[in-house]
Design a protein around this ligand. Structure first.
Ligand code: ZN
Length: 437
């Protein structure tokens, strides 16, 4: 049995993420938090546990990045200033078509390094080469919900039909063998790229194994207009009419939705994966998250892939979320600090199909520790406000995932950072040279 005793200056505890314990401590046994409270009380329960003394730190529930395309780390910074069609056709797709499964494996390892350094314990992915990503995540020791892309022309399988057959076999073999940390969903790219007959087969597969469908929905106004012209409905109405919403839907973006679509989202328990920085950078718009939350719609925050964001850090994504929602609602009262923290932590766990009560007794031991050493943390009038508005991913010093320390004093415990960075640099260089860039 692994046992860990963590002491911290502050702990943001409880399933509402609004209870702040000063001079607190946490005991972890195996993958669970078994005690939490004031240091002097909890200390009495400790017998020979490994000790993390972090009295100049704050403990928060670990972040969950709810929408990624992990091997896109290799594409970081290759195109920052183009419209979506040029971005995809001239940069992203030509790069991806040259990627091998081995390249994707190293790209995913780099993604894991970045997630861990940002205090992110789990992520929800949609990409090809999923088995390479799984191998990387298993080495890193973090959580993932991997949703193999069903998409035309992936480098893995060529045509949409071949991709679907490959993904169907892969998901069938993985879904019947559930794991603690890494599980599978299925990832049809979007209603405008995957024809209806495939979507219906995907629905049957999701239903058979009770796995989520991770799909891009209503990202741009253009996409919504084209769906009306080509599919006869707005995207969410369309997937509802063909019966997809009977399954657990994780809808990435949902920037432009109608009242009727919001009603469908609420009624069918659709989860919105909100990616504010990617939506701003690609000039897609701002999703009305405060309205979704008012309606009782599930929302979790993610970053999107590194090609469009260009980092995987959740601390900054939550600051952006809070500010954008205040602006959009024209009301500084929306986006309460604890609610914003839940969007990047507990609600992400829920989207992954896991129940988390945050840093509470009998909750899964996913804990992120942030150092308070930088001046921007002072004075500590309101530690929770500092977590949302003054902190940075670079404050993360330690990460515990499922009771295991994967990042200790800013040192990776299972990954060779130097080797991964060197390998990824040479892969990116090779592909960009082939592309003539
Ligand atoms: Zn995406």
């Amino acid at each position: 049995m692994s046992e860990l005793f963590i002491e911290c200056k502050y702990i943001i505890s409880g399933s509402e993420c609004n209870n702040i314990i000063k001079n607190g401590a946490i005991i972890v046994e195996d993958n669970q938090i078994i005690a939490i409270g004031k240091k002097e009380t909890v200390q009495k329960l400790v017998v020979g546990h490994d000790k993390l003394e972090r009295m100049n730190h704050i403990a928060v529930p670990s972040y969950v990045n709810a929408h990624t395309h992990l091997p896109e780390t290799l594409l970081r910074g290759i195109c920052d200033n183009e419209k979506l069609d040029v971005w995809l056709n001239k940069f992203i797709w030509p790069f991806e078509m040259r990627m091998s499964s081995d390249d994707a494996y190293f790209g995913a390892l780099l993604g894991c390094l970045e997630l861990i350094e940002a205090g992110v314990a789990g992520f929800i992915d949609q990409y090809f080469y999923t088995e390479s990503i799984e191998k990387a995540v298993n080495e890193a020791g973090i959580r993932a919900l991997l949703c193999p892309s069903v998409f035309d022309n992936t480098p893995e399988s060529g045509s949409l039909d071949k991709t679907w057959k490959y993904v169907r076999n892969l998901v069938s073999s993985k879904a019947s063998n559930r794991k603690d940390l890494v599980n599978y969903g299925i990832g049809p790219h979007a209603p405008y790229t995957v024809p209806q007959d495939y979507l219906l087969e995907i629905k049957d597969l999701a239903s058979k194994y009770s796995i989520p469908i991770h799909i891009h929905l209503n990202e741009t106004e253009k996409e919504v207009e084209e769906a009306k012209a080509n599919l006869g409905d707005t995207p969410i109405e369309y997937i509802h009419k063909i019966g997809l919403t009977g399954e657990k839907i994780l809808g990435a973006h949902c920037v432009h939705t109608t009242d009727r679509e919001r009603e469908i989202m609420r009624e069918t328990n659709l989860t919105v994966l909100h990616n504010p920085q990617s939506n701003l950078k690609m000039t897609s718009g701002i999703a009305p998250v405060y309205q979704y939350l008012d309606l009782g719609i599930n929302v979790a925050v993610g970053t999107d892939g590194n090609a469009s964001n260009n980092d995987l850090g959740m601390v900054e994504e939550l600051t952006t979320t809070a500010m954008l929602q205040k602006y959009l609602a024209n009301d500084p009262k929306v986006a309460d600090n604890a609610e914003v923290l839940k969007l990047g932590t507990l609600y992400g766990m829920k989207a992954m199909g896991l129940e988390s009560k945050g840093i509470s007794e009998k909750s899964l031991a996913d804990i992120t520790l942030l150092s308070l050493e930088k001046s921007r943390w002072w004075p500590q009038n309101n530690p929770l406000s500092n977590v949302i508005y003054s902190s940075s991913s670079s404050d993360v010093t330690d990460l515990i995932v499922n009771g295991r320390v994967v990042y200790l004093n800013r040192e990776h415990q299972f990954l060779d950072k130097e080797k991964i960075i060197e390998k990824c640099s040479s892969i990116a260089n090779k592909i960009l040279t082939e592309m003539g860039k």
